[in-house]
Design a protein around this ligand. Structure first.
Ligand SMILES: [Mg+2]
Length: 155
């Protein structure tokens, strides 16, 4: 199974505020951006279930930078989709939808935006929306994955 994550306000605080993973000094060499508390636990759990982990952001951060940021926390990403990759893959359609996880064979996309959730309904892809205040977001994401019909055998 392939799971993708949005960055801004989902895994990295911006407008929305949530607790973050503790930072070691080497993180600061890579970036001032911090990952949401629970990200490491969740991604390790996904790895144990043989899930592929993608980042899908419409920001202009470079793919190399995003990979480095996660590597500094010990997380290897399977794929990074940024705005450049999204635009290239969707060509003319890129302007009409902010994210299209189904175009990248993603089974579930994790995001903070209700707009992306609505696009999921419209364009037929699965989403899970993480609330700013959700202290058990890791458990809730894992529960959502378990509940997906017909995917259990592929995990
Ligand atoms: Mg976001």
């Amino acid at each position: 199974m392939t799971i993708s994550f949005d960055l801004d306000d989902t895994l990295i605080p911006g407008m929305k505020r949530f607790p973050t993973e503790p930072q070691r000094f080497w993180h600061r060499l890579v970036s001032r951006e911090k990952l949401r508390a629970g990200t490491l636990t969740l991604m390790r759990a996904l790895r144990e279930q043989d899930c592929k982990i993608y980042i899908y952001t419409t920001s202009l951060r470079s793919r190399a930078y995003i990979r480095r940021l996660f590597l500094s926390y010990g997380i290897q990403l399977d794929k990074v989709i940024n705005k450049t990759v999204h635009d290239k893959a969707l060509l003319g359609q890129a302007g009409s939808v902010s994210k299209l996880p189904s175009a990248f064979d993603i089974d579930l996309h994790i995001d903070d935006s209700p707009g992306v959730e609505q696009e999921g309904v419209r364009f037929n892809f699965r989403t899970f929306i993480v609330e700013e205040q959700d202290e058990d977001w890791v458990g809730n994401v894992l529960m959502k994955i378990k509940s997906l019909p017909g995917l259990a055998g592929r995990m």
